[in-house]
Design a protein around this ligand. Sequence first.
Ligand SMILES: [Zn+2]
Length: 134
Amino acid sequence: MSIEKLNDCIKSKNVNISRAREAIYNLILSSEECLNVAQIIKLLPEYYPKKISQNTLYRHLNFFLECDLVIMLQDDFKRSYYYPKRNSFMIFCVCTHCNKVARLDVDTSVIHNEFPKAEFITVHKLCSLCSARQ
Ligand SMILES: [Zn+2]
């Protein structure tokens, strides 16, 4: 996954080059975490000097989804989280206590055999932090 894939998509969809779009994409790519819109807005000044509106952000995020560059997950409050698309199957956890959405670093092969067509699945359980506190 790289900025080249974004550039291919920009060419094929015939849209203008946007520095903000590139910055948002880089932010999502370099984050280890699943990010929601509020978190992206908070982190964006590190990547892009100007303020962007939430509408603009949603427009760029939808573009990434259309281009298959990111995946979108939802927590139990229907808040959306974004994570870079990978070629491999992924498992995400929505914590049933703190509601954190995170990718699980586990062996996915057994579960992937059960859902061969899925790009990812989401499980609902306690995250590692919350289960350590129990
Ligand atoms: Zn938790």
